[in-house]
Ligand binder design. Structure first.
Ligand code: NAP
Length: 284
């Protein structure tokens, strides 16, 4: 399927490269033009002059931008150019309501929309091993399955529009807990003056082993926190989770609230663009 990618940040650029390797990539667009030009040099895929132009020339438009408002702005531009019968997929992490609004805007143009947030980190985007959680019409997901398999190892249909984002909220709450547990445990080990490389090696093979520690443990202990997944983006996700909980009449997400407050301290100290493993700064 002729696929255009909008949003060539840490995640989107890697997804675009994998779509290119599989022969699907047709057009590129990024708000900061330089990033799109660099990827164009690498792939020989043309940069569209506008979102509308990209949308007009593609059968499938994949979006990967930062926040709710960004997705709605981009979808508004897509709607001006896109042809009826095309498909738009949003892989950003946003709220369920944003997914519903995006679907409603595009339905006026007879364009299908899937909310397909992803997990697996920048490494997953690079290696095409993302796990993708899809909300929307299952028959549409079937149509794009082959294209999406160029970026994701696991594609799971969750339910109607917005369900993908609701599933991603579950994922983000669990990530908050893992971050708290790993940073606290490793800081404790360092204070005990243990050989932390040996600690990492021993723990990785047992019940406390996990992706986050495998991929961020060494850099964290070295005191470096290159993104990765930025503190300010996870903070945004946790706000979404807490808003969802309030809407359900459930205000008790203590781990999520604690992590959001910790991230606010990091952001106030100027660490918002670091990887979420920067929580280690506070634990130390
Ligand atoms: P990033 O590196 O900061 O990239 C963000 C991208 O969005 C950039 O291309 C940026 O354009 C674009 N953008 C932001 N606002 C825009 C707007 N109003 N209009 C058009 N483009 C806009 O972020 P990322 O890490 O790739 O994350 C992207 C999304 O994926 C987020 O929703 C994030 O929560 C989610 N996610 C991230 C990870 C991860 O590990 N990083 C994992 C899963 C999901 P510019 O280049 O012009 O700034």
């Amino acid at each position: 399927m002729k696929t255009g990618v909008i949003g060539l940040g840490a995640m989107g650029a890697n997804m675009a490269l994998n779509l290119h390797k599989a022969g699907h990539l047709h057009r590129l667009w990024n708000r900061t033009r330089l990033k799109a030009d660099q990827l164009s040099v690498q792939t020989s895929i043309p940069v569209a002059n506008s979102i509308e132009e990209l949308a007009a020339e593609c059968e499938l438009v994949l979006v990967c931008v930062s926040r709710d408002q960004d997705v709605l702005e981009v979808v508004g531009q897509i709607a001006k150019g896109i042809r009826a019968g095309s498909i738009v997929i949003d892989t950003s992490t946003v709220s369920r309501q944003t997914a519903e609004q995006a679907a409603a805007i595009l339905s006026y143009c007879q364009v299908a929309f899937l909310d397909c947030p992803v997990t697996g980190g920048v490494e997953g985007a690079k290696n095409a091993t993302l796990s993708l959680m899809a909300g929307g019409n299952r028959a549409i997901l079937d149509q794009v399955q082959n294209t999406l398999s160029a970026i994701a190892r696991r594609i799971v249909y969750i339910g109607p529009t917005g369900s993908g984002q609701a599933c991603k909220a579950v994922n983000q709450i669990i990530c908050a807990g893992i971050n708290q547990a790993v940073t606290e445990g490793l800081a404790f080990g360092e204070h005990m003056q243990l050989d932390m490389n040996s600690v990492l090696e021993a723990i990785a093979g047992g019940a406390a082993g996990n992706w986050f520690m495998d991929h961020r443990g060494k850099t964290m202990l070295a005191g470096t926190f290159p993104a990765g997944f930025k503190v300010n983006l996870h903070h945004k996700d946790l706000q979404i989770c807490m808003a969802m909980a309030r809407q359900n009449g459930d205000t008790s997400l203590p781990l999520t609230a604690m992590t959001a407050a910790d991230y606010e301290r990091l952001m106030a100290a100027g660490y918002g663009d670091e990887d979420i493993s920067a929580l280690y700064r506070l634990k130390k």
